[in-house]
Design a protein around this ligand. Structure first.
Ligand code: ZN
Length: 371
């Protein structure tokens, strides 16, 4: 399948309006009446791209890597399905293929779920409600009222196609087209099942269990084969795709399978060292702050990040230390600090200049913020 977005020269997140505008412009340029007969293929490609991308459902299917043609018109048990069958039957030609089957594969569906960061870290099993179509138990997908069966089409006598003489630039030719009376099915349902209105399937709510593995990323799609809707006339079910959205965690920011957070540390604790009690995804953990910890230093707790998607192990939790300097000192505190400054000969420190943004700290920050 060609890249429809490239064909129309739009980005993958272009709005429907942008897609239509791009299509109109290109269609004018490449219309065979304007650009000559050589442009016909290009024109068809543009039309196909527009057909798919301007329809939200087809676009979704296309984005998922599905075949847009496989789907129907959606909620209303699409008529486009029937026409596709019709044209496929017609294109098959030759009359040797026999009538088209009413049963066709159901549409794929896409569903979004939100999960917490901890659920992404450890994996989770979710039961989700889906609105879908299932086999009609009254007619078992035959579409006929129980005890009845379809009657053979009297126009095509069950062949599903009719032959006709047609005039073309080659002279008279025999063409085979799908029978319009029975839509190419070769039979007509005269007594449709009342439960499903002759569709062979009914709409319903169903609970689907999804196993979300540890390490899924925001936007990951999990494919549940055969969990989509049952097709027309009890055709095989499509697939269900579950797209995982990860909720923002108030404290931890995820980068890959690593987590990052900051902690504020009093100047004295940074100088003297301490042990901080930290609420991690795994519960309380002790964070060792060694004496002489610098502002923006990163202390890492190994293996407390998100589980790796493929295989064992987990990412790390990086704690970025922010050293806070007291702004209000009482007399006693000020006296002690002055005394300390005196002991360290820091009462009048020398200016030690460095170019802006070139320090070791900003390099550290860059490292953990992903370049
Ligand atoms: Zn039925």
């Amino acid at each position: 399948m060609s890249d429809y977005y490239a064909t129309l020269g739009v980005s993958r997140d272009a709005s429907t309006e942008e897609i239509k505008r791009a299509y109109r412009k290109l269609a004018r340029q490449h219309h065979p009446d304007v650009a000559g007969p050589g442009s016909e293929d290009k024109f068809k490609e543009i039309a196909a791209a527009h057909e798919t991308l301007s329809n939200p459902e087809k676009r979704q299917m296309y984005d998922m890597g599905g075949q847009p043609g496989m789907g129907g018109a959606g909620a209303g048990f699409g008529f486009s399905d029937i026409f596709e069958t019709f044209f496929q039957a017609a294109a098959g030609g030759g009359g040797s293929r026999g009538p088209a089957s009413r049963a066709r594969r159901g549409q794929d569906a896409l569903l979004r779920i939100s999960i917490e960061l901890s659920e992404a870290a450890f994996g989770v099993t979710k039961d989700i409600e889906v609105e879908t179509a299932v086999l009609c138990t009254t007619c078992q997908g035959s579409c006929c009222r129980p005890g009845t069966s379809p009657t053979t089409c009297e126009v095509c006598h069950g062949r599903g196609s009719v032959q006709r003489m047609a005039r073309s630039f080659l002279g008279q030719v025999m063409t085979t087209t799908a029978c319009a009376n029975c839509s190419g099915f070769g039979s007509i349902i005269t007594d449709p099942c009342t439960e499903c209105a002759g569709e062979g399937r009914v709409r319903t709510q169903r609970t689907v269990r999804v196993n979300v593995p540890a390490g899924v990323d925001d936007g990951t799609r999990i494919k549940l084969t055969g969990q989509g809707e049952v097709g027309p006339a009890g055709g095989p079910p499509g697939d269900l795709y579950v797209e995982v959205r990860e909720k923002r965690h108030p404290l931890f920011t995820r980068r890959g399978d690593d987590l990052h957070c900051t902690t504020e540390l009093p100047m004295t604790a940074a100088a003297l060292g301490t042990v901080l009690e930290l609420d991690t995804l795994d519960g309380a953990r002790e964070l060792d702050i060694r004496p002489g910890t610098q502002p923006d230093e990163v202390v890492t707790l190994r293996g407390l990040g998100v589980g790796h998607l493929n295989g064992g192990g987990r990412g790390d939790l990086h704690v970025h230390v922010q050293v806070s300097v007291p702004t209000k000192l009482d007399e006693e505190q000020e006296r002690l600090l002055r005394e300390l400054a005196g002991l360290r000969s820091e009462e009048r420190p020398e200016a030690r200049l460095a170019p802006a943004g070139n320090g070791v700290f900003s390099r550290l920050r860059e490292k953990f913020q992903g370049r």
